[in-house]
Each structure stands twice: as structure tokens, then as C-alpha cells.
Design a protein around this ligand. Structure first.
Ligand SMILES: Cc1cc2nc3c(=O)[nH]c(=O)nc-3n(C[C@H](O)[C@H](O)[C@H](O)COP(=O)(O)O)c2cc1C
Length: 189
């Protein structure tokens, strides 16, 4: 199969969609985020890469805290709205039911299936973005999204994002056991 050279881009296919929350101007603000990743194992840390112009950024700098919330498919439209409209123009504090983080006071979203309360530990200043790294100091999951005590992706129904075509995708079927299915190849050439 021939390879076609295309414009260089960071192709992470797909990206998990989350909603970041913080306090700005004394009110909760929420924004859609696809550029999110785990960055440290212990203590658990997560990074979100935000364009420098967003209203959210100053809120995180000032409050030193943010939340990462995982919406289910039922929140597809509201998540998109939080990514279309800036808190600088529109008050987004009433978009969701707010759960206040007990350690930092940062706003989390009750309607989201998983919530992580993060204390800001580092900001990496990049040419167009700021990578906010937060330590997860509290995490919550809806009780009915658990199976055998663990978050169950089938119950959470998260959705993903592809760029540059800009579409949301639901989760497909399970495809194999991680740290397992490859073991049959160990020792083979
Ligand atoms: C699907 C989707 C994903 C997005 N992902 C990001 C992202 O990862 N980083 C970012 O800086 N902006 C992202 N945005 C854009 C912001 O969510 C958007 O500009 C938002 O209005 C910023 O809100 P704020 O100004 O209230 O902070 C995304 C928007 C959408 C619709």
C-alpha cells in the first residue's frame, strides 16, 4: 500500500472528550476539551492542553485548581456548546449542576459520570497552548456506572473526538484483553 505524505499534525485517533471546570470571576466555567491525557502514575496526574486565549486559563492560574469531567452520550450537545461559546461572552455556570470540590472548591459536573478534582501542579508554556498539569486529589463515579467496583465503559458511554474532520464517535465493542492478548507472541519471532 503506498503511503501518502499529508500535512503534519498530531494525529491522536481518537481523543477522549472531557469537560474542564474551574472558577473564573467568582463563578464556575466549563469548556470542552479533547486534548487530555494521563501524565503521571503516582501521584495520579492529568494534563489538559488549552489554547492561550481561552477564558478558562486565567481561572486555573488564579484558583490553582480545575476539574476534569467525563460526559456520557446524553451530554453530547451540552459538551459541544461548552466548546462553542466562551465564558468571556456567556455565563456557562448554569449549564450543569455544580458539585464543589471539597479540597479546592473547584466546580465539577454532577451530570457527568466521572469527576476528577485536580490541584494545579505545573503549567507548561508552549507556543500556542498551555499544558495544565493537575494532581487528582479526589475522584468520583456514578454508582450505577460501576461493575465489580470498577468504572464500566459500557455504562459510562463516553464519546471520542477526531480532528481535523471534527466528529464525535461513540465507543465500539471490546476487542481483547490489554496486557494479555499479545502474550501468545512472546518467544515467537
Ligand atoms: C469538541 C471540542 C474539543 C475542544 N477541545 C479543546 C482543547 O482540547 N483545548 C482547547 O484549548 N480548546 C478546545 N476546544 C475549544 C474550547 O472548548 C472553546 O474555545 C471554549 O469556548 C473555551 O471556553 P472558555 O473561553 O469559556 O474557556 C474544544 C472545542 C470543541 C467543540
Amino acid at each position: 500500500m503506498p503511503k501518502i505524505k499529508i500535512a503534519e499534525n498530531a494525529f491522536t485517533y481518537p481523543m477522549p472528550m472531557v469537560i474542564a471546570g474551574t472558577i473564573r470571576d467568582n463563578r464556575p466555567n466549563f469548556m470542552a476539551v479533547g486534548w487530555v491525557t494521563r501524565v503521571n502514575f503516582k501521584p495520579p496526574m492529568i494534563g489538559i492542553a488549552l489554547g492561550k486565549s481561552h477564558y478558562t486559563n486565567k481561572g486555573i492560574h488564579e484558583s490553582k485548581a480545575f476539574s476534569v469531567n467525563i460526559p456520557g452520550m446524553d451530554l453530547l450537545e451540552k459538551t459541544d456548546y461548552a466548546g462553542l461559546v466562551s465564558g468571556s461572552k456567556m455565563d456557562k455556570s448554569m449549564l450543569f449542576t455544580v458539585m464543589t470540590g471539597e479540597s479546592t472548591g473547584t466546580p465539577m459536573i454532577r451530570e457527568c459520570k466521572i469527576n476528577m478534582e485536580c490541584r494545579l501542579v505545573q503549567v507548561v508554556d508552549l507556543p500556542t497552548n498551555e499544558l495544565f498539569i493537575g494532581e487528582i486529589i479526589n475522584a468520583f463515579v456514578d454508582e450505577d456506572c460501576l461493575t465489580d467496583g470498577r468504572p464500566d465503559i459500557k455504562k459510562i458511554e463516553p464519546f471520542t473526538l477526531t480532528m481535523p474532520d471534527n466528529h464525535y464517535w461513540s465507543i465500539g465493542k471490546e476487542s481483547g484483553r490489554a496486557w494479555g492478548i499479545g502474550s501468545k507472541l512472546i518467544g515467537k519471532k
